[in-house]
Design a protein around this ligand. Structure first.
Ligand code: FES
Ligand code: FES
Length: 158
């Protein structure tokens, strides 16, 4: 079946099995392997992508469900200002250890800051609560999002 959707700001038509998991279509059909597969049951957040502005675990979505939608993966993030700032802050603040959770963390953080450029600490924690880090690096991750928020604020005042 042909599935039309926007991927990382480009319209694409993907000819694939509509019942395939979105994460498999992204990684196998589209060769975008930045999105990771961890638990496969919606609990770790490693496979997080952003669909129509919302952070979604792509292991729980079928590719047929993204027909007509706007999908953003980690590969598209560096083309966006918020994404670039988040990536820089993660690196500068030591938020990347083994890096396995990082793409999913960045996608959830992006979805938050794209909707709300001034989230409270609690709102940041809540938005990131679906993303697990086996290296237990939560403090630098949360600090990085705070820093990104501050940089965005500074930019918006210029
Ligand atoms: S692999 Fe999808 S939430 Fe863990
Ligand atoms: S940096 Fe290793 S799982 Fe998070």
């Amino acid at each position: 079946m042909k599935i039309d959707f926007t991927l990382n700001n480009k319209h694409i038509t993907l000819d694939t099995e509509p019942t395939k998991r979105l994460v498999d279509a992204i990684r196998d059909d589209l060769s975008l392997t930045g999105t990771k597969i961890g638990c496969e049951v919606g609990e770790c957040g490693a496979c997080t992508v952003v669909i129509d502005g919302e952070a979604v675990t792509s292991c729980l979505v079928l590719v047929g469900q993204v027909q007509g939608k706007n999908v953003l993966t980690i590969e598209g993030l560096s083309e966006l200002e918020i994404g670039r700032i988040l990536q820089k802050c993660f690196v500068e603040n030591g938020a990347v250890q083994c890096g396995f959770c990082t793409p999913g963390m960045l996608m959830s953080a992006y979805a938050l800051l794209n909707k709300n450029q001034n989230p409270s600490k609690e709102e940041i924690k809540e938005a990131m609560s679906g993303n697990l880090c086996r290296c237990t690096g939560y403090v630098p991750i949360l600090n990085s999002i705070e820093k990104a928020k501050d940089e965005l604020k500074t930019l918006s005042k210029k």
